[in-house]
Design a protein around this ligand. Structure first.
Ligand code: ME8
Length: 660
């Protein structure tokens, strides 16, 4: 019986079109699934959509369609994208599928029968117009509803609760003492934030909307969307239903992959549910960061529809090819950390690794085999001393990549493969085949050099094929490799291609991109998207999509005290010549005056500021911006549309007042 491997993506909310962020998790899981299949595993790769909940219900209402009609359309876009991106999922689950609904009802009832779910009262802040409960911390700055900003009332409703405290110790051990959570450094923060203060019972039913799985024994309640959603990982295998019968074969999952925003649900609630059901726990939870968007100011923003900074994978794929995009997103993101997307970073990466690195290696090697030997290498070869150092690097690659795959470190896996690419390119510089080609007596040496390069390319392309599945067959065609030459087994060997291999010159694999021209075009697209986003979103969508920048690392009060913030009056203000962004302000700071340059010209005209009091960082080291000296900076807040809003203090404060 072959070994099995089960890997899952989150099931995505079909509440907007999928973007490059969704692609990251799915492409990462796809690459691992393909690698494992290549290794001979019997793989189950699951993805799907999470289709219930109040938000979907509301969006469908806004559009005047049923929730099912609403999700059907978006699910079709998700599936179209996955097929476009070459995603080889084995099963696609929709939480509206009948078998899943049936299983969720049984799971809920089972937890109830076991005494882990009980009926109680949910007490909280209630917004009557929105029919929503909020916790204290979710309320807006005025203590009102975060959605409609109207006052809330203290209210309670009947609800079911899931008792999580019996599992606190086991979950703490799971996080701190096993390698369930990757990267491990996130475990302590989870334990400190959620387990140490006492694991609270979780409210797992709702009565304020109906678009969900009804509780089978109390139909006015629908099951909380996370209980519904998390269950997908087992219902899709046939747990508590007869649609499938793969539970025994594939469970427990080898890897659940998610981004950090939903780590808590997978690290705490999901294990608690499985413990309560007395089922085995998944082996690993791999948590990656977000693909953020690097804006013109060089700041990383979360991608969101309201900012119009959502990068469209179809558009990128059309311009650069699907495999190139797959490579780029996987190569940029280290497990656990965020990765900033920018057009510049992407194009530089494509040019350096793919066009100059791997693509050039293939085209140079094949072109030389063609030029000097008419495409077929002669069997007569002369090995050289330097060859061993190349062969050693080639032979070491597979094991290193295996390890990275097993630890879900895909960026590192690609780096390991590119160590071989770099070594092979260096081997060309060292052996100078173009010189060998000039001399008939050097032809046996040249044949050996080219053969070694073709072998290196064979191993590189085999190991790259799970990441770039559409391009590698083109490489195999060019280097004359048969199917048997590019198996996992063959990637651990050197000398597999026939001695008299015939190459076939083909099209350039990764054309070099003209960076200036591309950036100009891409920036124009993004700017248009941003403008469209502003004009198309409803107010509720703007609020919903706004995601504040991440909190900076904690500092002590002494850290804050280092910044000297003061009130200052803008006496004069003018645009800095030759700059679209900068304003130069003359200030009365209470200490004789100073000049500050600020990058807010896109949002403020000089007359908007003259005569008003603002806040400055008064002890910032002076700096020159566009050649103009700036003695400090003024405080401004990020706005949801990517702009800046100057902070105006109480205008009666005297200049120089200290802010603490
Ligand atoms: O949370 N960068 O669904 P969701 C990287 N339905 N990954 C991103 C990303 C970005 N900018 N944006 C989204 C849900 N993702 C629930 C999940 S699972 C039982 C239920 C990816 O549509 C990432 O994998 O909001 C993240 O975890 C997931 O999309 C969240 O997708």
């Amino acid at each position: 019986m072959s070994k099995t491997f089960y890997i899952t993506t989150p099931i995505y909310y079909p509440s907007g079109n999928p973007h490059i962020g969704h692609c990251y998790t799915t492409v990462a899981c796809d690459s691992i699934a393909r690698y494992k299949r290549m290794q001979g595993y019997d793989v189950m790769f699951l993805t799907g959509t999470d289709e219930h909940g109040q938000k979907i219900e509301e969006k469908a209402k806004e559009k005047g369609v049923t929730p099912k009609e609403y999700v059907d359309e978006i699910v079709a876009t998700f599936k179209k994208l996955w097929s476009y991106m070459n995603i080889s999922y084995d099963r696609y689950i929709r939480t509206t599928d009948d078998y899943h609904v049936e299983s969720v009802q049984k799971i809920f009832k089972d937890l109830y029968d076991r005494g882990y779910i009980y009926k109680g009262k949910y007490t909280g802040k209630y917004c009557t117009p929105c029919e929503s409960f909020w916790t204290e911390s979710q309320l807006d700055e005025n203590g009102c509803c975060p959605e409609c900003h109207r006052p809330v009332i203290e209210a309670s409703e009947e609800a079911y609760f899931f008792k999580m405290s019996p599992f606190a110790d086991r979950i703490e051990k799971l996080l701190l003492e096993t390698d369930y959570l990757r990267p491990k450094y996130r475990a302590q923060e989870l334990v400190n934030n959620f387990i140490k203060p006492g694991l609270e019972d979780l409210c797992v039913s709702r009565t304020s909307f109906t678009w969900g799985v009804p509780v089978s024994f109390d139909e006015k309640h629908v099951v909380y969307v996370w209980i519904d959603a998390l269950s997908n990982y087992i219902t899709a295998l046939g747990y508590d239903n007869s649609a499938y019968s793969d539970y025994g074969k594939y469970w427990p999952a080898d890897v659940h992959m998610v981004a950090k925003d939903i780590m808590r649900f997978h690290a705490i609630i999901w294990p608690a549910m499985l413990m309560a059901l007395e089922q085995p726990l998944p082996k690993h939870l791999a948590v990656h960061g977000w693909i953020t968007f690097l804006n013109k100011q060089g700041e990383a923003q979360k991608m969101s529809k309201s900012l119009g900074n959502v990068v469209d994978p179809f558009m990128l794929g059309e311009r650069y090819g699907v495999d190139t995009i797959r490579y780029h997103i996987l190569r940029e993101m280290a497990l656990g950390a965020d990765s900033a997307f920018s057009n510049e970073i992407m194009i530089n990466r494509i040019n350096s690794d793919l066009a100059n690195g791997f693509g050039n290696l293939v085209s140079r090697t094949v072109a030389m085999a063609d030029k000097y030997f008419g495409g077929t290498l002669p069997a007569d070869r002369e090995e050289g001393e330097i060859d061993k150092s190349l062969i050693d690097v080639v032979l070491a690659a597979r094991e290193k990549v295996d390890l990275c795959i097993d630890e879900t470190r895909l960026k590192n896996a690609l780096e390991e493969i590119f160590v071989v690419v770099d070594r092979a390119n260096k081997y060309i510089d060292e052996t100078e085949p173009w010189k060998l080609g000039k001399n008939e007596a050097d032809k046996p040496r040249l044949a050996a050099v080219l053969y070694n390069l073709l072998e290196a390319i064979r191993v590189i392309s085999t190991l790259l094929s799970p990441f770039m599945p559409a391009t590698m067959p083109k490489v195999w065609e060019q280097i004359g490799a048969s199917e048997a030459d590019v198996t996992y087994e063959a990637a651990g060997k050197f000398g597999v291609l026939p001695k008299d291999v015939t190459v076939h010159k083909g099209a350039i694999l990764f054309p070099r991109i003209d960076i200036d021209k591309e950036i100009e075009e891409l920036n124009a697209i993004i700017e248009k998207n941003m403008a469209d986003a502003k004009s198309h979103l409803s107010d509720s969508e703007k609020g919903e999509e706004f995601a504040p920048a991440e909190l900076a690392a904690e500092i002590g009060i002494e850290g804050f005290a280092k910044a000297d913030l003061r009130v200052a009056l803008v006496k004069e203000c003018e645009k800095v010549k030759k700059s679209k962004k900068l304003l130069c302000l003359q200030l009365d700071d209470g200490f004789g005056g100073r000049q500050v340059v600020s990058g807010i010209a896109e949002w403020y005209k000089p007359e908007d500021l003259i005569g008003r009091k603002i806040i400055i960082v008064a002890n910032l080291k002076p700096a020159k911006l566009c050649g103009v000296e700036s003695q400090g900076m003024i405080l401004a807040a990020d706005t949801p549309d990517g702009g800046a809003a100057v902070v105006f203090p109480d205008q009666s404060l005297p200049c120089g007042s200290k802010i603490r």
